[in-house]
Write a protein that binds this ligand. Structure first.
Ligand code: HEC
Length: 224
């Protein structure tokens, strides 16, 4: 018996079902995702990145930061580690192209770093020399994103504010971030996934927390 038509049909069926499962079905499920209004704050989430932050995403990609950092908060341990306020969901990545999920976690997850670390100077000093702000860090330094030079007649307004000992070592010199470093920090600051969503609400806060937080405030006037 000639088996050829059956074979061709089998190949066609295998290819078309996998195409449907891997391409069409995800598109039906997630393709129409749009920014939503957050009930609590009235803000639209997610909002598009600024041009500078978008450039920073390219710097992040070019330097392969995703080799050591994920951008995906999983429920449970990741939240307990302080990496995110809630788990990340597809809605968080609407404006990311490509999505830089990462798979290896040599360093902390960065999905919510924009909420965790809001000091631009911290980020810049960290990129320049991680150990200046994070003890025993194994993150490589990205000095090529900065220029080092003698302070001219007028110090550069962008120059890094270094910790005192390091500033002494560089006396008379300043370290100025290049455009790529500033863009990268704008991108890191734009990484926030802490808006409460219908499919990923913020976990309920433990009931004991407000009591511990308010205790010192109410006690302090009495102490004086
Ligand atoms: C070889 C692995 C490695 C690479 C590559 C790497 N990092 Fe890191 N990163 C780490 C480690 C380890 C830490 C934790 C120690 C520290 O804070 O320095 C860290 C910490 C961080 C933090 C602070 C996170 C927090 O929760 O405080 C930021 C921000 C960061 N990295 C950004 C970047 C960026 C941007 C790049 C790419 C330019 C990058 N990293 C590349 C390993 C890496």
């Amino acid at each position: 018996m000639n088996q050829a038509p059956l074979l061709v049909f089998g190949i066609f069926a295998a290819l078309s079902t996998s195409w449907f499962g891997l391409v069409v079905w995800p598109q039906i499920q997630l393709g129409a995702l749009k920014p939503v209004e957050i009930e609590e704050t009235g803000q639209i989430y997610p909002s598009a990145r600024s041009g500078l932050a978008q450039q920073g995403a390219d710097v992040y990609r070019a330097n392969n930061c995703a080799a050591c950092h994920t951008q995906q908060v999983r429920p449970g341990t990741d939240i307990a580690r302080g990496w995110g306020a809630r788990r990340t969901v597809a809605q968080d990545y609407i404006f990311d192209s490509p999505v830089m999920l990462g798979s290896s976690r040599i360093g902390p997850d960065l999905a919510n770093i924009g909420a965790r670390q809001i000091d631009d100077n911290w980020h810049l000093v960290h990129l320049y020399k991680p150990r200046l702000v994070a003890e025993k860090s194994v993150m490589p330094s990205y000095r090529f994103l900065f220029t080092k030079g003698a302070i001219g007649a007028k110090p550069s307004p962008n120059a890094l504010k270094l910790p005192p000992e390091e500033a002494q070592r560089f006396a008379g010199h300043e370290i100025v971030p290049k455009a790529d470093a500033l863009a990268l920090v704008a991108y890191l600051r734009s990484l926030r996934s802490d808006a409460p969503l219908f499919e990923a609400p913020l976990p309920a806060k433990p009931k004991t927390k407000p009591a511990t937080l308010s205790a010192p405030t109410t006690n302090s006037p009495a102490k004086k």
